[in-house]
Design a protein around this ligand. Sequence first.
Ligand SMILES: [Zn+2]
Length: 363
Amino acid sequence: MREEEPAAGARRYIGVDIGGTNIRAGVVDDGGRILGEARRPALAEAGLRAAVGRAIEAAEEALENSGLTVAAVAGLGAGVPGAHRSSEGITIYSPNFADSRGVPVLPPIRDVFGLPSFMLNDVAVQTLGEHRFGAGQGYAHMVMITLGTGIGGGAIIDGELRVGYTEGFAEVGHMTIDPDGPFCECGNQGCWEALAARDAIVRRAVTRIQHGRQTAIAEMVDYRLGSITPALIGRSADQGDEVAIEVMEETGYYLGIGIANLIQLYNPQALVIGGGIAQAGRQLFEPITRTVRARAHMVPASTCRIVPAQLGDDAGIIGGAVLAAQELSRQQREETVEAPTRDEQTQPVETRPGMASEEEPAS
Ligand SMILES: [Zn+2]
Protein backbone atom coordinates (compact mmCIF):
# COMPACT_ATOMS: atom_id res chain seq x y z
CA MET A 1 0.00 0.00 0.00
CA ARG A 2 2.85 2.38 0.82
CA GLU A 3 4.23 1.79 -2.68
CA GLU A 4 1.36 3.79 -4.10
CA GLU A 5 2.07 6.64 -1.70
CA PRO A 6 5.66 7.66 -2.45
CA ALA A 7 5.43 11.13 -0.92
CA ALA A 8 3.63 11.39 2.39
CA GLY A 9 0.49 13.42 1.90
CA ALA A 10 1.02 13.70 -1.87
CA ARG A 11 -2.31 13.98 -3.63
CA ARG A 12 -3.39 13.14 -7.14
CA TYR A 13 -6.33 14.37 -9.12
CA ILE A 14 -7.85 13.55 -12.45
CA GLY A 15 -8.11 16.52 -14.81
CA VAL A 16 -10.53 16.22 -17.73
CA ASP A 17 -10.53 18.62 -20.67
CA ILE A 18 -13.56 18.23 -22.94
CA GLY A 19 -12.78 20.35 -26.00
CA GLY A 20 -14.71 20.81 -29.20
CA THR A 21 -12.16 18.69 -31.11
CA ASN A 22 -10.32 16.58 -28.54
CA ILE A 23 -11.00 15.15 -25.14
CA ARG A 24 -8.03 14.74 -22.82
CA ALA A 25 -7.74 13.27 -19.37
CA GLY A 26 -4.72 13.21 -17.10
CA VAL A 27 -3.73 12.07 -13.65
CA VAL A 28 -1.95 15.05 -12.12
CA ASP A 29 -0.10 15.26 -8.83
CA ASP A 30 -0.18 18.26 -6.53
CA GLY A 31 3.04 19.57 -8.05
CA GLY A 32 1.27 19.91 -11.41
CA ARG A 33 3.06 16.90 -12.94
CA ILE A 34 1.10 14.70 -15.33
CA LEU A 35 1.54 11.07 -14.26
CA GLY A 36 -0.51 9.51 -17.03
CA GLU A 37 -2.81 10.73 -19.75
CA ALA A 38 -5.12 9.60 -22.53
CA ARG A 39 -7.21 11.21 -25.23
CA ARG A 40 -10.26 10.61 -27.37
CA PRO A 41 -11.83 12.51 -30.29
CA ALA A 42 -14.64 14.81 -29.15
CA LEU A 43 -16.92 13.92 -32.12
CA ALA A 44 -18.92 17.02 -31.26
CA GLU A 45 -21.64 16.24 -33.83
CA ALA A 46 -22.52 13.09 -31.84
CA GLY A 47 -23.52 15.26 -28.88
CA LEU A 48 -22.21 16.13 -25.44
CA ARG A 49 -23.67 13.08 -23.68
CA ALA A 50 -21.57 10.73 -25.84
CA ALA A 51 -18.53 12.98 -25.37
CA VAL A 52 -18.87 12.63 -21.60
CA GLY A 53 -18.84 8.85 -22.10
CA ARG A 54 -15.58 9.12 -24.04
CA ALA A 55 -14.15 11.44 -21.37
CA ILE A 56 -14.81 8.70 -18.81
CA GLU A 57 -12.97 6.19 -21.03
CA ALA A 58 -10.06 8.61 -21.38
CA ALA A 59 -9.93 9.11 -17.59
CA GLU A 60 -9.92 5.32 -17.03
CA GLU A 61 -7.08 4.93 -19.53
CA ALA A 62 -5.14 7.84 -18.00
CA LEU A 63 -5.38 6.10 -14.61
CA GLU A 64 -4.11 2.88 -16.16
CA ASN A 65 -1.22 4.73 -17.83
CA SER A 66 -0.27 6.36 -14.53
CA GLY A 67 -0.06 2.93 -12.86
CA LEU A 68 -2.47 4.12 -10.15
CA THR A 69 -5.92 3.00 -9.09
CA VAL A 70 -8.83 5.30 -8.42
CA ALA A 71 -8.20 4.76 -4.69
CA ALA A 72 -5.01 6.82 -5.04
CA VAL A 73 -6.92 9.80 -6.46
CA ALA A 74 -8.55 12.49 -4.30
CA GLY A 75 -10.91 14.08 -6.80
CA LEU A 76 -11.70 15.01 -10.40
CA GLY A 77 -12.04 18.37 -12.14
CA ALA A 78 -13.42 18.91 -15.63
CA GLY A 79 -13.41 21.83 -18.05
CA VAL A 80 -16.23 22.01 -20.60
CA PRO A 81 -16.86 24.77 -23.16
CA GLY A 82 -20.12 26.66 -22.81
CA ALA A 83 -22.44 27.71 -20.00
CA HIS A 84 -23.11 25.48 -17.01
CA ARG A 85 -24.77 25.09 -13.66
CA SER A 86 -21.51 23.77 -12.26
CA SER A 87 -22.74 23.11 -8.75
CA GLU A 88 -25.26 20.67 -10.25
CA GLY A 89 -22.76 19.34 -12.79
CA ILE A 90 -25.05 20.20 -15.69
CA THR A 91 -24.30 21.93 -18.97
CA ILE A 92 -26.92 24.53 -19.92
CA TYR A 93 -25.57 24.96 -23.44
CA SER A 94 -22.29 24.23 -25.22
CA PRO A 95 -22.04 25.75 -28.71
CA ASN A 96 -19.44 23.17 -29.78
CA PHE A 97 -21.67 20.15 -29.25
CA ALA A 98 -24.90 18.93 -30.79
CA ASP A 99 -27.58 18.14 -28.18
CA SER A 100 -25.84 19.88 -25.31
CA ARG A 101 -28.83 21.49 -23.58
CA GLY A 102 -29.29 20.28 -20.01
CA VAL A 103 -26.78 17.43 -20.37
CA PRO A 104 -25.56 15.98 -17.05
CA VAL A 105 -21.76 15.99 -17.08
CA LEU A 106 -20.72 15.22 -13.52
CA PRO A 107 -23.40 12.70 -12.46
CA PRO A 108 -22.21 9.94 -14.89
CA ILE A 109 -18.56 10.69 -13.98
CA ARG A 110 -19.36 10.36 -10.26
CA ASP A 111 -21.23 7.10 -10.93
CA VAL A 112 -18.16 5.53 -12.53
CA PHE A 113 -15.34 6.78 -10.30
CA GLY A 114 -17.10 7.53 -7.02
CA LEU A 115 -14.86 10.58 -6.65
CA PRO A 116 -15.70 14.12 -5.55
CA SER A 117 -16.02 15.75 -8.97
CA PHE A 118 -16.22 19.37 -10.08
CA MET A 119 -16.61 21.26 -13.33
CA LEU A 120 -16.34 24.75 -14.78
CA ASN A 121 -16.17 26.46 -18.15
CA ASP A 122 -13.04 25.32 -20.04
CA VAL A 123 -11.35 28.74 -20.04
CA ALA A 124 -11.96 29.17 -16.30
CA VAL A 125 -10.26 25.80 -15.76
CA GLN A 126 -7.32 26.74 -18.00
CA THR A 127 -7.01 30.00 -16.05
CA LEU A 128 -6.69 28.01 -12.81
CA GLY A 129 -3.96 25.89 -14.41
CA GLU A 130 -1.95 28.83 -15.75
CA HIS A 131 -2.37 30.70 -12.46
CA ARG A 132 -1.13 27.85 -10.28
CA PHE A 133 1.54 26.27 -12.49
CA GLY A 134 1.99 28.38 -15.63
CA ALA A 135 2.48 31.97 -16.76
CA GLY A 136 0.33 33.41 -13.96
CA GLN A 137 2.28 31.87 -11.08
CA GLY A 138 2.76 34.24 -8.18
CA TYR A 139 0.22 36.84 -9.39
CA ALA A 140 -2.83 37.42 -7.20
CA HIS A 141 -4.46 39.42 -10.01
CA MET A 142 -4.44 37.79 -13.40
CA VAL A 143 -6.61 37.77 -16.49
CA MET A 144 -6.31 35.04 -19.09
CA ILE A 145 -7.64 35.16 -22.63
CA THR A 146 -7.63 32.27 -25.09
CA LEU A 147 -7.47 32.96 -28.80
CA GLY A 148 -9.01 30.34 -31.02
CA THR A 149 -12.25 30.07 -32.95
CA GLY A 150 -13.49 32.56 -30.35
CA ILE A 151 -11.94 34.57 -27.54
CA GLY A 152 -12.50 33.21 -24.04
CA GLY A 153 -11.58 34.81 -20.74
CA GLY A 154 -10.93 33.98 -17.12
CA ALA A 155 -10.14 36.22 -14.17
CA ILE A 156 -8.26 35.65 -10.93
CA ILE A 157 -8.97 38.47 -8.49
CA ASP A 158 -7.31 38.64 -5.06
CA GLY A 159 -5.99 35.13 -5.70
CA GLU A 160 -9.41 33.62 -6.42
CA LEU A 161 -11.05 32.61 -9.66
CA ARG A 162 -14.31 34.53 -10.18
CA VAL A 163 -17.13 33.22 -12.35
CA GLY A 164 -20.00 35.68 -11.82
CA TYR A 165 -23.73 35.29 -11.25
CA THR A 166 -24.52 32.98 -14.18
CA GLU A 167 -20.94 31.77 -14.58
CA GLY A 168 -20.65 34.08 -17.59
CA PHE A 169 -17.61 35.81 -16.17
CA ALA A 170 -15.68 36.69 -18.22
CA GLU A 171 -17.20 36.45 -21.73
CA VAL A 172 -14.64 38.90 -22.98
CA GLY A 173 -14.98 37.77 -26.59
CA HIS A 174 -18.37 39.46 -26.81
CA MET A 175 -17.55 42.95 -25.64
CA THR A 176 -18.15 45.45 -28.40
CA ILE A 177 -14.89 46.81 -29.79
CA ASP A 178 -16.21 48.38 -33.01
CA PRO A 179 -19.93 49.34 -33.05
CA ASP A 180 -19.92 49.21 -36.86
CA GLY A 181 -17.75 46.10 -37.04
CA PRO A 182 -18.54 42.68 -38.49
CA PHE A 183 -21.52 40.74 -37.18
CA CYS A 184 -20.86 38.09 -34.57
CA GLU A 185 -22.51 34.69 -34.21
CA CYS A 186 -23.84 35.81 -30.81
CA GLY A 187 -26.12 38.34 -32.55
CA ASN A 188 -24.12 41.45 -31.68
CA GLN A 189 -22.03 43.57 -34.02
CA GLY A 190 -18.32 44.32 -33.69
CA CYS A 191 -17.62 41.82 -30.91
CA TRP A 192 -13.97 41.38 -29.99
CA GLU A 193 -13.89 37.83 -31.33
CA ALA A 194 -15.51 38.88 -34.63
CA LEU A 195 -12.50 41.20 -35.06
CA ALA A 196 -9.62 39.20 -33.66
CA ALA A 197 -10.36 35.46 -33.47
CA ARG A 198 -9.57 32.77 -36.02
CA ASP A 199 -12.08 33.58 -38.79
CA ALA A 200 -11.33 37.31 -38.67
CA ILE A 201 -7.61 36.66 -39.08
CA VAL A 202 -8.12 34.29 -42.01
CA ARG A 203 -10.63 36.69 -43.63
CA ARG A 204 -8.04 39.50 -43.57
CA ALA A 205 -5.62 37.36 -45.56
CA VAL A 206 -8.27 36.05 -47.97
CA THR A 207 -9.59 39.55 -48.72
CA ARG A 208 -6.10 40.77 -49.58
CA ILE A 209 -5.45 37.78 -51.87
CA GLN A 210 -8.81 38.34 -53.58
CA HIS A 211 -7.76 41.95 -54.19
CA GLY A 212 -4.76 40.65 -56.09
CA ARG A 213 -2.06 41.09 -53.45
CA GLN A 214 0.97 38.85 -53.92
CA THR A 215 1.74 36.71 -50.91
CA ALA A 216 3.50 33.46 -50.06
CA ILE A 217 0.38 32.44 -48.09
CA ALA A 218 -1.58 31.74 -51.29
CA GLU A 219 1.20 29.59 -52.71
CA MET A 220 1.57 27.67 -49.43
CA VAL A 221 -2.04 26.47 -49.72
CA ASP A 222 -1.91 26.03 -53.51
CA TYR A 223 -4.51 28.83 -53.86
CA ARG A 224 -7.06 26.79 -51.87
CA LEU A 225 -7.94 29.80 -49.75
CA GLY A 226 -10.16 27.72 -47.44
CA SER A 227 -7.01 26.01 -46.14
CA ILE A 228 -5.44 29.21 -44.78
CA THR A 229 -4.90 29.10 -41.01
CA PRO A 230 -3.68 31.71 -38.51
CA ALA A 231 -0.62 29.51 -37.86
CA LEU A 232 0.28 29.65 -41.54
CA ILE A 233 -0.14 33.43 -41.61
CA GLY A 234 2.03 33.67 -38.48
CA ARG A 235 4.79 31.61 -40.11
CA SER A 236 4.65 33.71 -43.29
CA ALA A 237 4.87 36.88 -41.21
CA ASP A 238 8.00 35.51 -39.51
CA GLN A 239 9.49 34.99 -42.98
CA GLY A 240 8.82 38.63 -43.83
CA ASP A 241 5.72 38.22 -46.03
CA GLU A 242 4.19 41.69 -46.36
CA VAL A 243 0.53 40.62 -46.45
CA ALA A 244 0.99 38.29 -43.48
CA ILE A 245 2.67 41.06 -41.49
CA GLU A 246 -0.25 43.42 -42.26
CA VAL A 247 -2.76 40.78 -41.13
CA MET A 248 -0.91 40.23 -37.86
CA GLU A 249 -0.55 44.00 -37.36
CA GLU A 250 -4.29 44.59 -37.78
CA THR A 251 -5.19 41.61 -35.60
CA GLY A 252 -2.73 42.73 -32.91
CA TYR A 253 -4.27 46.20 -33.03
CA TYR A 254 -7.76 44.88 -32.24
CA LEU A 255 -6.40 42.49 -29.64
CA GLY A 256 -4.56 45.42 -28.06
CA ILE A 257 -7.74 47.52 -27.81
CA GLY A 258 -9.55 44.71 -25.99
CA ILE A 259 -6.59 44.01 -23.72
CA ALA A 260 -6.29 47.72 -22.83
CA ASN A 261 -10.00 47.58 -21.87
CA LEU A 262 -9.41 44.49 -19.70
CA ILE A 263 -6.50 46.20 -17.96
CA GLN A 264 -8.76 49.20 -17.13
CA LEU A 265 -11.46 46.84 -15.93
CA TYR A 266 -9.50 44.32 -13.84
CA ASN A 267 -6.18 46.02 -12.99
CA PRO A 268 -4.32 42.72 -13.36
CA GLN A 269 -0.59 42.18 -12.75
CA ALA A 270 -0.47 39.72 -15.62
CA LEU A 271 -2.52 39.18 -18.73
CA VAL A 272 -1.90 35.69 -20.07
CA ILE A 273 -2.64 34.91 -23.71
CA GLY A 274 -3.33 31.27 -24.55
CA GLY A 275 -4.72 29.33 -27.47
CA GLY A 276 -3.14 28.28 -30.75
CA ILE A 277 -3.06 31.77 -32.29
CA ALA A 278 -0.92 33.08 -29.43
CA GLN A 279 1.89 30.89 -30.81
CA ALA A 280 2.28 33.50 -33.58
CA GLY A 281 4.61 35.16 -31.10
CA ARG A 282 6.48 38.36 -31.87
CA GLN A 283 4.43 39.31 -34.95
CA LEU A 284 1.32 39.45 -32.78
CA PHE A 285 2.74 40.58 -29.43
CA GLU A 286 4.47 43.65 -30.88
CA PRO A 287 1.30 45.36 -32.20
CA ILE A 288 -0.58 44.24 -29.07
CA THR A 289 1.98 45.83 -26.76
CA ARG A 290 2.16 48.99 -28.89
CA THR A 291 -1.63 49.42 -28.88
CA VAL A 292 -1.95 48.73 -25.16
CA ARG A 293 0.76 51.30 -24.38
CA ALA A 294 -1.05 53.87 -26.52
CA ARG A 295 -4.46 53.23 -24.91
CA ALA A 296 -4.03 52.14 -21.29
CA HIS A 297 -3.42 55.23 -19.18
CA MET A 298 -5.62 55.45 -16.07
CA VAL A 299 -4.45 51.96 -15.21
CA PRO A 300 -1.11 52.23 -17.02
CA ALA A 301 0.08 49.52 -19.40
CA SER A 302 3.32 49.35 -17.43
CA THR A 303 1.49 47.84 -14.43
CA CYS A 304 0.53 44.69 -16.34
CA ARG A 305 2.77 42.10 -17.97
CA ILE A 306 1.34 40.67 -21.18
CA VAL A 307 2.70 37.15 -21.49
CA PRO A 308 2.04 34.00 -23.53
CA ALA A 309 0.56 31.01 -21.69
CA GLN A 310 3.05 28.36 -20.63
CA LEU A 311 1.11 25.12 -20.24
CA GLY A 312 -0.12 24.84 -23.84
CA ASP A 313 -2.58 21.99 -24.33
CA ASP A 314 -1.90 20.77 -20.78
CA ALA A 315 -3.59 23.82 -19.18
CA GLY A 316 -6.98 22.06 -19.27
CA ILE A 317 -6.02 18.85 -17.47
CA ILE A 318 -3.66 20.56 -15.02
CA GLY A 319 -6.34 23.20 -14.38
CA GLY A 320 -8.91 20.44 -13.83
CA ALA A 321 -6.68 19.02 -11.11
CA VAL A 322 -6.28 22.49 -9.56
CA LEU A 323 -10.08 22.92 -9.59
CA ALA A 324 -10.56 19.60 -7.79
CA ALA A 325 -7.87 20.44 -5.23
CA GLN A 326 -9.30 23.90 -4.52
CA GLU A 327 -12.89 22.71 -4.23
CA LEU A 328 -11.92 19.84 -1.91
CA SER A 329 -9.93 22.26 0.19
CA ARG A 330 -12.89 24.66 0.30
CA GLN A 331 -15.26 21.87 1.33
CA GLN A 332 -12.90 20.83 4.08
CA ARG A 333 -12.61 24.39 5.38
CA GLU A 334 -16.39 24.67 5.46
CA GLU A 335 -16.70 21.37 7.32
CA THR A 336 -14.05 22.52 9.78
CA VAL A 337 -16.00 25.70 10.45
CA GLU A 338 -19.22 23.73 10.94
CA ALA A 339 -17.65 21.22 13.34
CA PRO A 340 -14.73 22.94 15.04
CA THR A 341 -14.22 20.37 17.79
CA ARG A 342 -14.46 17.20 15.74
CA ASP A 343 -11.23 17.04 13.78
CA GLU A 344 -8.69 18.03 16.40
CA GLN A 345 -6.56 14.91 15.91
CA THR A 346 -7.28 14.17 12.22
CA GLN A 347 -5.25 16.91 10.60
CA PRO A 348 -6.60 17.29 7.04
CA VAL A 349 -4.05 16.58 4.33
CA GLU A 350 -5.14 19.57 2.24
CA THR A 351 -3.83 22.06 4.77
CA ARG A 352 -0.24 21.33 3.71
CA PRO A 353 1.10 23.72 1.10
CA GLY A 354 0.25 22.31 -2.26
CA MET A 355 -1.98 22.66 -5.25
CA ALA A 356 -4.83 24.40 -3.44
CA SER A 357 -2.54 26.85 -1.73
CA GLU A 358 -1.31 30.24 -2.85
CA GLU A 359 2.09 29.36 -1.43
CA GLU A 360 4.73 27.46 -3.32
CA PRO A 361 4.59 23.72 -2.71
CA ALA A 362 7.11 22.50 -0.13
CA SER A 363 9.86 20.66 -1.98
ZN1 LIG B 1 -20.44 38.25 -30.07
